[in-house]
Ligand binder design. Structure first.
Ligand code: HEM
Length: 299
């Protein structure tokens, strides 16, 4: 018993002495888990992976996304440039008022969630303390906004988002974004890129909400965990790993979404504000949808 406390004290001291980098050495598979009983039989044995990812990989990966994705877009913008469509033809009504309100709530939520999430991730760089704690609370409150929007968003758009042959063809030509030819691109109301973003933002978003809630509340008991031999600490570790891994994908695709909406297609952002898209944009970038609208004599 005595030796258990001595080892714990040594671990605490060496963590203080060596900082975060010492974590991976200390929380190796053998020492801490056995002492604290965290890695006991029947648990997920996540201690080692949790420490490795949190202390070594997640920060550089997030930095990679923060720098790499905008850099790739800057190159795209400078080399290929934005797509520009005629504003002299008709406009096609594509997003209802309800669509736009739900989307606006999700957008506000993300504008708060992403920077505050990054500040939490790089908390020590920001000096910790009140600023980071305040960001954690803003992160939690903006999650409520996201909860309000994610379910209606899922139901209002899901029927358009299932895989279609057009999506394979769209992927083969990278959506036509590698040149500025105005050749009709195979896509329905939403293209393969937009569908990917939809599924990640909605289904992935719900998983982010659940894993985030687990980390925020921490001290709760779920009978299903205990009955399956999963320790609370392992559940929290799994939540952190999933939350951060999904957060990487969501952040990267959110940047893609912003680039496409604001820069890559000139004026595209107006559609989610007014509900209308330029006819030429629909004809070229959503050619299958355009054909259907024509067949149905809706335009
Ligand atoms: C400031 C942030 C945002 C801006 C400027 C923005 C802009 C846009 C625009 C312009 C469209 C219409 C695209 C088109 O069909 O041409 C759109 C659609 C959409 N947005 Fe956003 N959006 C933002 C945030 C978000 C967030 C946070 C989510 C999800 C959580 C989201 C999910 C979607 C989805 C699923 C669509 C339909 C599919 C697509 O176009 O990708 N957006 N958004």
């Amino acid at each position: 018993m005595k030796s258990k406390y001595i080892i714990l004290a040594l671990v605490a001291l060496s963590t203080l002495a060596f900082g975060a980098n010492a974590d991976s050495a200390i929380y190796g598979k053998d020492l801490i888990p056995n002492i604290l009983g965290y890695d006991q039989k029947g648990s997920l044995h996540l201690g080692y992976y949790f420490t490795l990812m949190q202390s070594t990989y997640f920060k550089p990966l997030f930095l990679g996304v923060l720098i790499g994705v905008p850099a790739a877009f800057l190159i795209h913008y400078l080399v290929i440039g934005p797509m520009v469509f005629s504003h002299d033809r008709k406009k096609i009504y594509v997003f209802t008022l309800f669509n736009r309100i739900v989307h606006a709530i999700a957008a506000i939520a993300f504008i708060l969630l992403i920077p505050t999430g990054l500040i939490i991730m790089f908390g020590s760089t920001f000096g910790g303390g009140t600023f980071v704690t305040a960001c954690r609370e803003i992160h939690a409150i903006s999650t409520l906004l996201f909860i309000i929007s994610v379910f209606p968003m899922f139901f209002m758009w899901a029927r358009w988002m299932f895989l279609h042959w057009d999506d394979i063809k769209w992927l083969m030509i990278v959506g036509g974004y590698l040149n500025k030819d105005k050749k009709p691109v195979p896509a329905g109301k939403f293209n393969a890129g937009q569908k990917t973003w939809f599924w990640l933002a909605t289904l992935g978003g719900v998983v982010m909400i659940l894993t985030g809630a687990a980390m925020y509340f921490q001290d709760f008991r779920l009978e299903i965990l205990a009955s399956n031999g999963i320790s609370q600490i392992d559940f929290l570790r799994a939540s952190a790993l999933i939350h951060n891994a999904l957060g990487l994908g969501v952040t990267a695709l959110f940047f893609v979404h912003l680039y496409m909406s604001i820069f890559a297609i000139k004026g595209a952002i107006h559609s989610i504000i007014t509900g209308y898209k330029e006819e030429e944009e629909v004809e070229i970038l959503h050619s299958s949808y355009y054909k259907k609208l024509k067949e149905k004599k809706e335009i």
